[in-house]
Design a protein around this ligand. Structure first.
Ligand code: DP6
Length: 378
């Protein structure tokens, strides 16, 4: 007998960035963060968890390749989930003892792993959600987010849809460091995201390593965590609640720039943004200047890809401008992409446009979306 459950889990892209840990074993952050969950119609991890007495040992397969499952982060997630299943079994003697069986986890991303597209976030969220479903755990998403956090910090935010915050918490055991929903996707459904894939190669400094170097060596880091982020978190939550795009966009761009300035202040410095990224910043700024108001916001994670947030009503101005620049060279390979006409290239942006044209390999158009959902098996 094989017991199985499958799920999709979404990618999330932070607008207030998590950068720095106060506990590296438990993935406890030095500041709270806030993200938007992106649609699983476009980007997702699909994971099937199964368990059986026939299996001899735990196994993890990602995109068809066997993975090392012995890592401390994966082990922490499995241990916690088995512990919760044991509680279920102790309460009800008639349920099968799944906690004692070996697990097989089969995962597939529909986007390049480690291209800076938050694959670890979707990956650990999917792993935790699939096993929780397999075990029929009564745990609410907040409890599962505490488990996923131990896999990868940003993964805790992918247990929810829409607009999601991760409260840093204060306890040393991490019991109050979990994600919560600020607002569901339906609250502000017209949020769109355009992703300029600047490089699909594996990044050189992983976020785990990079943030520890920052914590150790940057003088700006403490100022960011203590004096800048707390007020920004509160302000961004407010903007989401009141659907104030212009202020939301301003905070998003400032926080991305502050995070990358902190990386630059690390010794030796960490560069995630490249010339292509900076060209995307210039074009965004020009689109806003041309519109006479803020209609798009850029943000960059631990890699050169630009994520540009905008609202559906300005799609022609924002996505159209980017399509005018890079559309003829790259794939706009989804339904939303095909519907967008190439628009005007902002004036004075010839050099930045050429830089983008050369540096962007793919454009993904997506939108705010829901949390993990159960699916058919692989
Ligand atoms: C820049 O969650 O990948 O994307 O906890 O070490 O796995 P670990 O780090 P990870 O870091 C993400 C950093 C970021 C910002 C963010 O997503 O908030």
């Amino acid at each position: 007998d094989v017991h199985r459950s499958s799920t999709f889990a979404p990618v999330n892209i932070a607008v207030i960035k998590y950068w720095g840990k106060r506990d590296t074993a438990l993935n406890l952050p030095t500041n709270s963060s806030l993200s938007i969950t992106l649609s699983q119609d476009d980007l997702r991890t699909h994971t099937t968890a199964s368990c059986s007495l026939k299996y001899t040992r735990d196994a993890l397969v990602l995109n068809g390749e066997d993975q090392d499952i012995s890592g401390a982060r994966t082990q922490a997630c499995l241990r916690e989930l088995r512990g919760l299943r044991k509680e279920v079994e102790a309460k009800d003697g008639s349920v099968p003892e799944l906690s004692g069986m070996a697990l097989k986890i089969v995962s597939e991303n529909n986007f390049p792993t480690a291209a800076g597209l938050a694959s670890s976030a979707a990956g650990f969220a999917a792993l935790v959600r699939a096993i929780a479903d397999l075990y029929a755990l009564p745990s609410p998403p907040a409890e599962l987010s505490r488990i996923a956090r131990q896999g990868s910090g940003s993964a805790c935010r992918s247990l929810f849809g829409g607009y999601v915050a991760w409260k840093m918490g204060e306890e040393t055991d991490g019991s109050d460091s979990a994600a919560y929903e600020v607002a569901p996707a339906q609250h502000w459904p017209d949020m769109r995201a355009l992703i300029l894939v600047a490089s699909a190669e594996k990044k050189d400094v992983s976020s785990t390593v990079g943030m520890q170097a920052t914590v150790k060596t940057s003088e700006r880091f403490a100022h960011r965590a203590e004096n800048i982020v707390p007020a920004r978190m509160a302000a961004t939550e407010e903007c989401v609640k009141s659907r104030d795009f212009a202020t939301f966009a301003d905070l998003t761009m400032r926080d991305s720039n502050n995070f990358h300035a902190t990386c630059l202040d690390t010794s030796p410095p960490i560069f995630y943004m490249n010339d292509t990224s900076r060209a995307a910043v210039r074009v965004c700024e020009a689109i806003n200047t041309h519109a006479g108001r803020t209609i798009c916001a850029y943000t960059f994670d631990a890699g050169p890809n630009a994520v540009v947030y905008y609202l559906a009503e300005t799609e022609a101005q924002v996505a159209g401008a980017f399509r005018g620049i890079v559309g003829h060279k790259t794939g706009w390979d989804n339904s939303r992409g095909r519907a967008i006409q190439a628009g005007e290239v902002p004036k004075g942006m010839e050099i930045a446009a050429e830089m983008l044209e050369n540096g962007v390999s793919r454009v993904i158009l997506t939108a705010v979306g829901d949390g993990p959902r159960r699916t058919e098996e692989h």
